[in-house]
Design a protein around this ligand. Sequence first.
Ligand code: LMR
Length: 425
Amino acid sequence: MSRSPSQRLNQINHHLTNMTHASVFQEVPQAPPDAIFHLTATYKSDTDPNKINIGVGAFRTDDMKPYVLPVVKKAKTLLFNDESLDHEYQPIAGQPSYTHAAARLILGEDSPAIKEGRFAAVQTISGTGANHTGALFLQQFYKKSKKCYISNPTWANHRSIFSLVGFEVEEYPYWNPETRGLDYEGLLQSLRDAPEGSIFLLHPCAHNPTGVDPTHDQWKGIAQLMREKNLFPFFDCAYQGFASGDLDNDAWAVRYFVEQGFELFVCQSFAKNFGLYGERAGNLTIVAKTSEDAKRVFSQFEKLQRSEISNPPAFGARIVDIVLNDEALYAEWKDNLKYMSHRIIEMRHALYNHLIELKTPGTWNHITDQIGMFSFTGLSPQQVQVLKEKYHIYMTGNGRISMAGVSTKNVAYLAKSIDDVVRNV
Ligand code: LMR
């Protein structure tokens, strides 16, 4: 349809006005790059032959290669050859064979919560998704408090996840820089001071970023105060089996709280202990007082999940499902876990021995005392910066080392570089 000259003029004016209007996105501030994943990107672009990535928490073999667990390879072959599998949608909350096996793994086969059917579980987008779904649920249905306490120092994502859904996020002291261990008294004081009903985010094992865990007796003290103050335990378990090499040992704190009659949430990630980083297989389990409560909570999990991701992804969860539900594969998985956790423990000793040999000023026993993927070294941000610029060693600014990035080949170089910055920066 042809337009009159005045219509065309109007159209041109309209275009011009649009062009001079500010963008609706003009006010969007630039977000800083992610502290952990940006480091990996910078490391990858570094061409120095001595470079070391001890930033991200991802397991590497002694040759610094990503590790595909042998048991995962077997499960993949089974999946590949299974003609009955298709690519249909998963149930909204995931396959019960997967979510229940995950719940049994963390709570224990003999858990009263399992026996009495007062738990509910939903497959999530790894541990981050589990934290998010849990936070979203609590924001909507938990009426006692809108305060959530996370540890100081903390895993970077906890604050964002809880504050983005509307919680007022506070920190409880966790790391004592003097002892380079747990600030147990500080933690207890926070429990005493927190308003009734506050949520406490706890790492049951291999605390990220410090690698420092409470002892069993300390957990008992924490539980006692939490009961007195009616505080809500929200466990985030990303390293079961990875910390000590023993699945039961690493789940001890969660199981103790369940025994003590707490209602709680527990998040699981299968990124580290199955080496399934990219597959995003996770799980959120709630332990309730009654099976009726658990059922209603589950119905709300399904509702939340539907609006967030609709249905969870199948591939990674199928691998975990196969392994957790097969006796022989399960036993083999435990061996794979032992290999990973022991390699890390060996590297802790190797780094410690080198630093002692070099007579690096300070005490270093915390490196071998700490547990799991990370060691919190106590190095300052300036020392970390020099390690990067001078030695091409990449670690997070808080002085955290991912021990999985240390190998028999780079440990001497790492120790020498640390020695230099400790003496001179
Ligand atoms: C880490 O802390 O390095 C890992 O857990 C990766 C992540 O998601 O932050």
